[in-house]
Write a protein that binds this ligand. Sequence first.
Ligand SMILES: Nc1nc2c(ncn2[C@@H]2O[C@H](COP(=O)(O)OP(=O)(O)OP(=O)(O)O)[C@@H](O)[C@H]2O)c(=O)[nH]1
Ligand SMILES: [Mg+2]
Length: 463
Amino acid sequence: MSHPVFVVTGAPNKGKSTFIKAMTNDASVVVREHARTTTSAKSYPFTIDEETCFTLWDTPGFENAAEMHEILDKWGIRESDHPIELIRRFMEAYAGHPDFIYELEIFKPIADYACIVYVADCSKKFRESEYLREMELLKFTRLPRIAVLNPIDGDRYLESWRSGLTDYFNNIKVFNPHETTFDEKLRILGAFSHLNDEWEEPLNRVIEALKVQRENVIEECARIIRKTILQIFDREFSIRYDGTRDEAEQRAELMSQVRVFVHKTMNDAQREIIRRFGLQIDVAFDREFADNDLFDTTVRRKNLSVHQRAMINAIVGGGIGAVIDVAAGGLTFGVFTAALGVGGGIAAYMRDLSPMDLVKIGGFDPDEEQMSVDSLNPELGLLVINRLRQVVAVLYNRTAANTENVIIRKDLDPAGLHKIGSLLKKIASSRKHRYSEKYKKELLDFIYQVLKKDRKGALVEIG
Ligand SMILES: Nc1nc2c(ncn2[C@@H]2O[C@H](COP(=O)(O)OP(=O)(O)OP(=O)(O)O)[C@@H](O)[C@H]2O)c(=O)[nH]1
Ligand SMILES: [Mg+2]
């Protein structure tokens, strides 16, 4: 049996190509600000494991729907004919005719019985005079039809579009390809599956396969994040004394060795995560987000909430207030502050944010031949988890259609952090693969749970 085929139609410049780009994640779909970007019909297959699951046809916007409809009407349908037979006759009779350049393209897949997807922009006024003829022409085909309302500049006219379209389409859905989520895409596929009995089963299989694939990606991302943490805590950092630099210079150089390694490892992980999501695009993170300098004080402040820092400080041996807070399982900010004495406690944590806190360097002993890093602060592990989970959360809903910057606005959920804090401490203090399989598994489980939870919440907003 052939796979489901849909033709995406509509007036020019309504986001038809953008819809296809979002649904297929195909970066080659051309989208431009101006009308008449798409001038011929082109098919975009959606594949899983190299098997085509469904095809979406991109087409130009209508130009002469009214005239085409008039001709078809004049010809009239014989009782025995399917309207598609008449459309095929039209295409033969008018092949190459300059008045119907675009209609001939639109009707190529329709002549092969593709289901119709009509894309309209519900931020613009619904004018019958403008859209009725093309909708009537589509209705004339008697093929299953769904309308997708794209709120390009908001959904001001949504209701008038809805009522205007009801007589012409089997189903009407609102879908914003720029801000869609993974679940929204599945919802559209679900609506597609109801258009045609024959396609219900194959499309439901696609939906299930996509869910399983996503679950696998999340699991792989958890592994990548764990690998990154272990790589960082595993690494030995040292420099030889060469007699030309003083202690401060040696320390600074050692520090920079750690920073460079952490940044490289994080960037590698980020790239690997992007690849796992199968996106062919460069994900545009906003500048602040792209900055991976976890040693930078402001970046650290942004990446760890006060709760998180307090927790990690408590585990590593920090202030008393933090211990109280963690013991209470994460109290309100007010209680936490009160426990520390207003202002003073917070200031203490802010002061703690020096790059040097993250790296404990051994003493300077001129008799030794080298200076090395004794240990890394478990906070670094938490920073790595937080940063990479943001990357995962961003990519989870990202499609090839979305080119806007990503802004992280929500604080990260601190749930379960006392557990991970002590685990990270164990890992941080037992370097060179001496940590047990049990710790490694616990770490993986924790990261996996965090990623699964983030996906549900609105961790990331598109701005
Ligand atoms: N803000 C916003 N812009 C959108 C959305 N969908 C499409 N656009 C923009 O609208 C413009 C036209 O999008 P296309 O996908 O090229 O529209 P089209 O219907 O394929 O246009 P033609 O091929 O010229 O008929 C592009 O600048 C898109 O970025 C949306 O959901 N939100
Ligand atoms: Mg187009």
